[in-house]
Design a binder for this molecule. Structure first.
Ligand code: FES
Ligand code: FES
Length: 151
């Protein structure tokens, strides 16, 4: 048994301790907002927050997430999350949408640590997030818009 605190709810799941957190979220708990892209921590589609830090859940064993606060796209909240979600909607940031849960989680984490990031800081924070639709310009604009809303 593995005990996971996800979006404020404690779940006990029957899983090997080495199971990737992404598998537990999607297959065991039905939290399919977090996406599977590469499986090797290269694309950012699966990023969730562990105690507020963005991490690729495809390369995080469930044992490493025990005792931590796990936040997924379904549960991310607070002023930065609301600002990012509203900026994403206003600017029509997503195209196909597949990469966007990970992009949103990275943007929220960035704004929590740096409320007014410049272009270079945004690019550095988002560099591990691939978008096959190439929405990078709108993502950057969306982070600026969210920062303006918060400011
Ligand atoms: S699926 Fe985890 S980083 Fe690509
Ligand atoms: S919006 Fe399609 S992969 Fe990013």
């Amino acid at each position: 048994m593995v005990t996971l605190d996800i979006n404020g709810t404690v779940h006990q799941i029957d899983a090997d301790p080495e199971m990737p957190l992404l598998w537990a979220l999607r297959d065991k708990l039905g939290l399919t907002g977090t996406k599977y892209g590469c499986g090797i921590a290269e694309c950012g589609a699966c990023v969730v927050h562990l105690d507020g830090e963005p991490v690729p859940s495809c390369q995080t064993p469930v044992s490493a997430a025990e005792g931590m606060h796990i936040t997924t796209i379904e549960g991310v909240s607070g002023p930065e999350a609301e600002a990012v979600k509203s900026a994403w909607a206003r600017l029509d940031v997503p195209q196909c949408g597949y990469c966007q849960p990970g992009q949103v989680m990275a943007a929220v984490a960035l704004l929590r640590s740096n409320p007014q990031p410049g272009d270079a800081e945004i690019d550095a924070a988002m560099t591990r997030h691939l978008c096959r639709c190439a929405t990078y310009q709108r993502i950057r604009a969306g982070v600026h818009a969210a920062a303006d809303q918060l400011g």
